[in-house]
Write a protein that binds this ligand. Sequence first.
Ligand code: ATP
Ligand code: MG
Ligand code: MG
Ligand code: MG
Length: 475
Amino acid sequence: METSEIRRRFLSYFEDRGHTVVPSAPLPSPDPNLLFNVAGMAQFVPYFVGQQTPPYPRATSVQKCVRTLDIEEVGKTTRHGTFFQMNGNFSFGDYFKEQAVQYAWELVTKPQSEGGYGFDESVLYASVYYEDDEAIDIWKRVAGLPDDRIVRLGMKDNFWSMGIPGPCGPCSEILIDRGPEFGADRDWEAGDRYLEFWNLVFMQNIRGEGGGKEGYPILGELPKKNIDTGLGLERVAYLLQGVDNMYEIDEIYPVIEKASELSRRKYGADHVDDVRFRVIADHVRSALMLIGDGVTPGNERGGYVLRRLLRRAVRSMRLLGYEDPSLVELLPTSLEQMKKSYPELEADFGRISQVAYAEEEAFRRTLTAGTSVFDLAVKSVKSESGATLAGAQAFQLHDTYGFPIDLTVEMAAEQGLQVDTEGFKTLMTEQRERAKADARAKKAGHADTSGYRELRESGATEFTGYQELTTDSQV
Ligand code: ATP
Ligand code: MG
Ligand code: MG
Ligand code: MG
């Protein structure tokens, strides 16, 4: 079943059951603590926290998401993309736990000929928050699941909150056992054998102040209970398309094929190359979607993430032995797939592609020189039996050669080295302070800028990558 059809079936199933179909919110998050929307519920937060009255009691959507926290997982697990789509159904004080389980179970197990996804019930499991006896009872009664296919998990995986005082509650996930070739029996944590593809959040409590994931008090029950669910569209796609991982689905795989054609390397022949192919296909698609939603490459916040994705894709092509400009081939390939669900991308592709190609060009101009500088630095560290690349070195690579710090860290790791990122950050802060002082002096009209010319030319950059990259949350 094509991804666009899985998406269509979801929306139509819930629309038929009284849900208003709401379009995806754009990727950039309205929440200043988050770069991008990481879940379908993001645009409904004002309803869940009671700031606004929802115009409908139930809604359904397919939300575009980007999780920067998952960048390192891409291509290594079967299931993590930087960009992915989260199908969701939401109840704002309307139906609750039993109805949510019944809907999810019906859609998942209904035969494909009758509009469902037709999963084989005998390999499905449900996880519940270990104290949620009500949910256990519902999974038994409504879905007919036996005890040994209901898994009790703890706070970390199966209790949801927004990380601040407000609504919270237990979750239940639907998992599928993909068989022993994907991992050990009953190893719920690893995630690729018992693949979680739908998370149902039962928003029923209020959480208080308190630190840590498990350290907050539960203050009581919400007067109006809500439902928030997230079904990973790509995860369902790879399960229903009979492929091994999410990078091989119809919306993503053609980019792998194109990269393989260009590089004349085979996908499936070498593990290290395969991870590169998947990274390329994932990152190109994410870049397409991000630029489509107005993000442009830069050194701050979302722009930094986009820059990192594009540069990492370009560098991965080089590692596959392809040195010519590659986005001009890969981006249109991704567009061909994504325009089925997002026709607006095609109309805007002139602009989108210009932004992407210009970024590749800028990177290409300095990549060769930067790589030589990097190689020399590595050689010198190794010759002294050191294990760490100096912050100043990383700073130079960033400032003069446009290497995002994460790229330097990644390249160093490939050489078995670490990077002094604290030292790097200090230098970035100093540069920013100097640039600010310079700007103030200039404004005051008595600028002696001679010493700072170099800095201004390279642009005062605010590095926020680290804070940003650690901000993420569950559904
Ligand atoms: P995992 O444990 O596999 O990392 P999660 O628990 O972080 O997933 P949720 O926050 O519960 O995921 O999000 C709801 C659903 O969205 C998941 O059940 C999954 O189907 C999908 N999903 C989450 N993260 C990703 C991702 N990086 N790529 C693709 N799909 C994802
Ligand atoms: Mg996760
Ligand atoms: Mg999980
Ligand atoms: Mg989950």
